[in-house]
Design a protein around this ligand. Structure first.
Ligand code: G3P
Ligand code: CA
Length: 340
């Protein structure tokens, strides 16, 4: 009898804990540009593989075409990941750049996606990844990705969330294009509206996020990506954002931060111990989730012994809330192993 009452007691306690708090504790596996360690980044095929590998979220970057469509593409130019030079040899600017905003969606649909090429176009950035002689893939629109995820939810029963980055807001403005406006309209049409919906929006540009929160009054969860000022991404001052004061400011408009690996573990000290920065502790103190980028099994700082060592430090020691990875299957295996 005593056991029966004890069980009832534990059941009541369990029911009293909001489901959200369980969900919040889950370490998110965010497939960076799809399962990009295995298939070219930002393709429908790479997104489907990321789903099959157990990813919780699909990370994608969006830019706009001349006729106002959001396409899934990391760079503002089409050079590094498509065969645009072959299909449109006369359409580059004087510097050889093919900006997506100079092309209509119909034109973009004529392109094939390849593995990312080095800046001089000589070879693949990641030599051991999908071979470029088999460029079988197309540039997807954001809506095509949304349809894929809805379809997979119906056929498989699980929804993979979206983690969307708006790229190059200032450059779009020069073309009279507004990716923020367009993104929120599309998301609303597909019922992404609430903080509880399976979606995060991210940007390196703090003005983009502040505008989304204050002007557009979005309730969606927002992540402030943190880069380095020397990368020249926007006017955002990352040196300031990394301070406690800066993080506090972020906590007013965003729900999380996305630092890169070296902003969290900066190297080793002379005794050979890893040097942790304060960024995770400070962010957690301010109730901000921490989703660092980018975890690649084929490229990580040399002060980690292995990919699993890197994952162990971030998940088990630093207790980050999720990570962006090109290798969602390896992270999935690591997380599952930890549950045993
Ligand atoms: O969005 C997280 C990470 O993707 C940021 O870097 O250059 O891959 O967009 P990047
Ligand atoms: Ca990104």
């Amino acid at each position: 009898m005593r056991k029966f009452f004890l069980n009832i007691f534990f059941l009541i306690i369990l029911l009293a804990i909001p489901l959200e708090s369980f969900a919040n504790q889950k370490k998110l596996i965010i497939a960076h540009r799809g399962a990009s360690g295995y298939l070219p980044e930002h393709t429908l095929e790479g997104a489907a593989l990321a789903f099959a590998m157990g990813s919780d979220f699909l990370e994608l970057d969006v830019v706009m075409t001349k006729d106002g469509h959001l396409i899934v593409m990391h760079d503002l130019t089409l050079n590094a990941t498509t065969n645009v030079e072959e299909i449109f040899p006369d359409r580059s600017d004087i510097n050889g750049n093919y900006f997506s905003m100079e092309f209509t969606l119909d034109e973009v649909r004529k392109l094939r996606v390849n593995e990312r090429l080095k800046k001089n176009g000589s070879s693949q950035v990641f030599q051991a990844r999908f071979p470029n002689e088999y460029s079988l893939f197309k540039v997807p629109t954001l809506e095509e990705i949304l349809k894929l995820l809805i379809g997979l939810k119906k056929s498989h029963g699980r929804i993979m969330g979206l983690y969307i980055e708006i790229k190059g807001f200032a450059t779009h403005q020069k073309y009279n294009l507004n990716p923020v406006d367009k993104l929120l309209v599309i998301l609303d049409r597909y019922d992404y509206r609430e903080a509880s919906d399976p979606i995060w929006i991210q940007s390196f540009d703090s003005e983009v996020l502040i505008t989304m929160r204050q002007k557009y009054k979005t309730k969606l969860r927002l992540t402030q990506l943190i880069g380095e000022n020397r990368w020249g991404l926007s006017d955002t001052d990352f040196n300031y954002l990394k301070t406690y004061k800066g993080l506090k400011e972020i906590s007013v408009y965003a729900n999380g931060i996305g630092p890169w690996i070296k902003q969290v573990v900066s190297g080793k000290n002379i005794s050979g111990d890893l040097k942790f920065t304060e960024i995770v502790r400070r962010a957690h103190e301010l109730n901000l989730k921490v989703h660092p980028y980018t975890f690649r099994a084929d490229k990580f700082p040399s002060y980690f012994d292995s990919f699993d060592h890197l994952l162990h430090i971030f998940f088990n020691e630093l207790k980050v809330d999720g990570i962006f990875t090109d290798f969602p299957d390896q992270v999935f295996k690591f997380v599952e192993k930890g549950k045993k």
